[in-house]
Ligand binder design. Sequence first.
Ligand SMILES: C=CC1=C(C)c2cc3[nH]c(cc4nc(cc5[nH]c(cc1n2)c(C)c5CCC(=O)O)C(CCC(=O)O)=C4C)c(C)c3C=C
Ligand SMILES: [Fe+2]
Ligand SMILES: [Fe+2]
Length: 350
Amino acid sequence: MKYKNIVGFEHDMSEHLGVLMLNLGTPEAPTPTAVRRYLAEFLKDPRVVEVPRPIWWLILHGVILRVRPSRSAKAYQAVWTDKGSPLLDVARRQAAGLQELLTDRLGNNVHVELGMRYGKPSVAEALGRLKEANVRRLLVLPLYPQYSATTTASTFDAVTNELTTWRWLPELRFVNHYHDEPGYIDALCDSIRAAWAEKGEPEQLMFSFHGIPKRYFMAGDPYHCHCHKTARLVAERLGLDDDRWMVSFQSRVGRDEWLQPYTDETLKLWGADGVQSVHVIAPGFSADCLETLEEIAVENRGYFLEAGGKEYHYIPCLNDDPAHLQMLAGLVERHCAGWPEVTALSKAAA
Ligand SMILES: C=CC1=C(C)c2cc3[nH]c(cc4nc(cc5[nH]c(cc1n2)c(C)c5CCC(=O)O)C(CCC(=O)O)=C4C)c(C)c3C=C
Ligand SMILES: [Fe+2]
Ligand SMILES: [Fe+2]
């Protein structure tokens, strides 16, 4: 429907609810050049690296962007498929699946878009498409279950930065975290039970989360607490004794101390201490990516087995698992409570 104002300007009046699904992003190709471009954008983000700029700029351009791209490109080559980067492939399927579920539940005026914090499709592109769809209400949905300033807040920065160029702002809501959401905990438990039905129960279950520098935690980032709560809720629901599971942190970069214990060192210790079988799950990643498919499923498996461990199994991320998408759809509905697209439906259902 079009509406013409007093000076003859036509507005499209068919309003939409927009859901902007966001994740970290990934290089466009597994080549040193593409990885360098990606890392440059990523590592210049002041939410990610809190080092005073002139010093950091020298380290980044003088050392890191000369050394890391070719090393990381090799790792990316190991996980790349004919559909490209696993993270982007999964994210597209998640967005399509969520769109389908929300259309079923809320009708045709809900519009899901996918944006990546670094790389493509960019946050600006995704917001541009939502603007074209005449989105008047916007839910920002970063797919980070545990809040961290390095991820969640950085994503929010990117969204609000782009919105500074909009004349007519949408109403705005923002999913801050969902680390203790019952549907998320249930979906994780189901994925663990499925692994155990197939492989048998391991001696140890490791919950490996991406790390952050310890000083960010000491400065008040709640990420560490969110990770521990997720793991505790899952362990409780599975009825696991405290000596059968552990939280650890992976993927550290640089020489600073990061959150401990470290995943790689713990697996080496366990292997040497006679732990026979380990399952590793990475609940902080909503989609499989370099850090799970290469670092956990390949590199860390090697450490455990070389140290003397016998059985090692990586339990995949929730990806586009129906239970995961149902949980996300529920999260969207709850965060959009009171908005007309959701209210009309609740009234119809009542
Ligand atoms: C240097 C600081 C980094 C912080 C802090 C950090 C936090 C953080 N990252 C994720 C999720 C992902 N990180 C991924 C890759 C990745 N992370 C860093 C650095 C930091 N991350 C780098 C340099 C890289 C690139 C790969 C490499 O060169 O090692 C990914 C995978 C991306 C992919 O393309 O598959 C994810 C996902 C979280 C959740 C987090 C803090 C909570
Ligand atoms: Fe990271
Ligand atoms: Fe890594």
